[in-house]
Design a protein around this ligand. Structure first.
Ligand code: NAD
Length: 252
């Protein structure tokens, strides 16, 4: 098993991509703490994944508040004494045309997607440096951090910020044994993308933009996250890894 003996903390781990990553990490031998705001949803995911005998706990918290983040990290350490892998996955996305984008929506996206990644990343990196056994941090970015999509200026900006945050963290933490990479999924089938999938008139043409001719699954992203978390990527840091069925390479 590729994560035997490792402890992972995964934000937004009770749904979509985060849930698939949790399930995969547990199957590979990790103990996983999942963070989310909704207690019932966390409990359901813990029950589903943990019932196979794996070790997974849920911690209620909001990544945009430093006090919550401190408590999540402390709860994980109190139980398992170490954190080896962090997946900064919590994120939101509510499209709005640039000319109508409100200050509140801008702030909300910055606070959860970008500031949340900073707060959790900093707290966990401090733990990893102190325990002196190295670590891997994976920041969930997006192809929207590498190219612009209409009606997503605020979301695009947070994901572009996450890519540079990841490189900056990688630069300073490499000499201290902590690797930091960004994972940039394309269009993945989750509740975030359901409105487009449920609209056949819009979804048909959208699918034409993906050379592989299909949308991605949360399991596709979990495989990439496992690679970045494990020693298979031991010499990789500061990288933005695109997993998008070829969408970004297509000019028209
Ligand atoms: N689905 C896609 O096509 C796609 C593509 C690229 C990147 N992503 C990124 O992947 C990540 C997961 O998205 P998903 O598609 O699985 O959607 P999702 O809505 O299922 O997952 C987001 C998770 O983050 C949690 N969350 C949101 N705000 C939070 C907060 N303040 N504190 C703690 N938890 C919070 C949510 O409760 C949820 O569990 C996001 O960062 C998203 O931007 C998704």
């Amino acid at each position: 098993m590729r994560l035997d003996g490792k402890v992972a903390l995964i934000t937004g781990g009770s749904t979509g991509i985060g849930e698939a990553v949790t399930e995969r990490f547990v199957r590979e031998g990790a103990r996983v703490a999942i963070i989310g705001r909704d207690r019932a949803r966390l409990e359901r995911t813990v029950e589903n994944i943990g019932s196979g005998g794996g070790k997974v706990i849920g911690i209620v918290g909001d990544v945009q508040y430093a006090k919550d983040v401190q408590r999540m990290v402390e709860d994980t350490l109190n139980l398992w004494k170490q954190i080896d892998v962090l997946v900064n996955n919590a994120g939101i996305c509510s499209p709005a045309p640039f000319l109508e984008l409100s200050e509140d929506e801008w702030d909300r996206h910055m606070a959860i997607n970008l500031k949340g990644s900073f707060l959790v990343g900093q707290q966990v990196a401090r733990v990893m440096v102190k325990q002196d056994t190295g670590g891997s941090i994976i920041n969930m970015s997006s192809v929207n951090g590498l190219a612009a999509e209409a009606d997503q200026a605020h979301y695009n900006a947070t994901k572009g910020g996450i890519n540079l945050l990841s490189m900056s963290m990688a630069l300073e933490l490499a000499p201290l044994g902590v690797r930091v990479n960004a994972l940039c999924p394309g269009f993945i089938e989750t509740r975030l993308t359901k409105p487009l999938i449920d609209n056949p008139a819009a979804f048909g043409p959208y699918l034409q933009t993906i050379p592989m001719g299909r949308v991605g699954t949360p399991a596709d992203i979990a495989s990439a996250a496992l690679f970045l978390a494990s020693n298979d990527s031991a010499y990789m840091t500061g990288h933005c890894m695109v997993v998008d069925g070829g969408q970004l390479i297509k000019l028209s």
